[in-house]
Design a protein around this ligand. Structure first.
Ligand code: SAH
Length: 275
């Protein structure tokens, strides 16, 4: 066995918290590359009786589940609307009441635009014991794979995380666009490609500089990752003229300039299955 593998074998004797029957663990799978899930998440995969996962969770991670685990898909597929949130929550509660070890596996971080909060509130209300295992979110870790540090002391002391659509599938109505446009030099947008033209118009109307850098990072952390760079004013035409691959995270603001030097995840770095 080489040194690297021996080091990993130490995990077998590591003291993980017990995953008790009747518990639900809400685990972040990270942005895509399987190696970006936490050690606790990896442990939970091996222990779980049932794994209920979303669409953006990689096949490689699911293959690491224990041999007896039941794997249930609860996300969007083939353009059909996502599984009803109430059904998912009820399913989690039912499985926990049947004394299963239930792993709820979600892309990125469960609490970042992932409805993890809603699911936990329902579990708490039903008296189900749960644990939250945070994950690496696409808007931070995904950008890192594109050579974009989400903060840098020379450019920004604040970041805004914005979702491009609300529960009705439209640009969030409750957002104060003037505040969003002016409050932070960097705005990271999830689920924003579909309505990007309208979001950019709102930000421009609220006074955001047309020349502000904008980068779209698609399939972040995966071998097929791609990045398109433009400006706030030109983004509308860009999304009209190009098919942008999904999932994509959009970053507005000066931090994408660091890609010129930090774009480390090139073809030579993409060959390994974990990341
Ligand atoms: N909880 C997740 C976000 C869920 S919302 C997280 O913390 O990352 C789904 C959105 O996340 C997508 O529309 C996209 O904006 C972003 N996203 C997720 N995975 C991504 C990836 N590999 N590359 C780019 N964006 C991603």
């Amino acid at each position: 066995m080489n040194g690297k593998k021996q080091h990993f074998a130490a995990l077998d004797s590591a003291d993980f918290p017990p995953f008790e029957p009747g518990e639900v663990w809400l685990v972040g799978a990270g942005p895509g590359a399987p190696g970006l899930m936490s050690l606790l998440g990896y442990f939970a995969l091996g222990e779980a009786d049932v794994i209920i996962h979303d669409a953006l969770v990689s096949e490689e991670l699911l293959n690491m589940a224990g041999p007896g685990a039941r794997i249930v898909f609860a996300g969007k597929r083939g353009g059909r609307p996502s599984a009803d949130q109430n059904d998912i929550t009820l399913h989690l509660i039912e499985e926990a009441k049947a004394e299963k070890r239930v792993l709820r596996l979600k892309g990125g971080d469960p609490f970042m635009f992932g409805r993890g909060g809603e699911e936990c509130l329902a579990l708490a209300k039903a008296g189900i014991k749960f644990r939250i295992v945070p994950g690496i979110t696409a808007g931070i870790g995904g950008l890192a794979y594109a050579g974009v540090p989400v903060t840098h002391r020379d450019t920004n002391h604040a970041v805004i995380f914005l979702t491009g659509h609300d529960e009705n599938g439209v640009v969030p109505q409750s957002v104060d666009w003037y505040a969003i446009a002016t409050a932070a030099p960097v705005i990271v947008m999830y689920m924003a490609v579909k309505h990007l033209a309208s979001i950019c118009q709102k930000l421009l109307a609220a006074g955001r500089a047309p020349g502000d850098r904008l980068a779209i990072v698609s399939n972040a952390t995966l071998p097929e990752q791609s990045v398109i760079e433009t400006t706030l004013a030109k983004a509308e035409a860009l999304v009209r003229e190009h098919d942008i691959a999904t999932p994509s995270v959009v970053v507005l603001g000066p931090v994408s300039q660091y890609r010129d030097v930090l774009d480390w995840y090139g073809p030579g770095m993409r060959g390994n299955s974990l990341g």
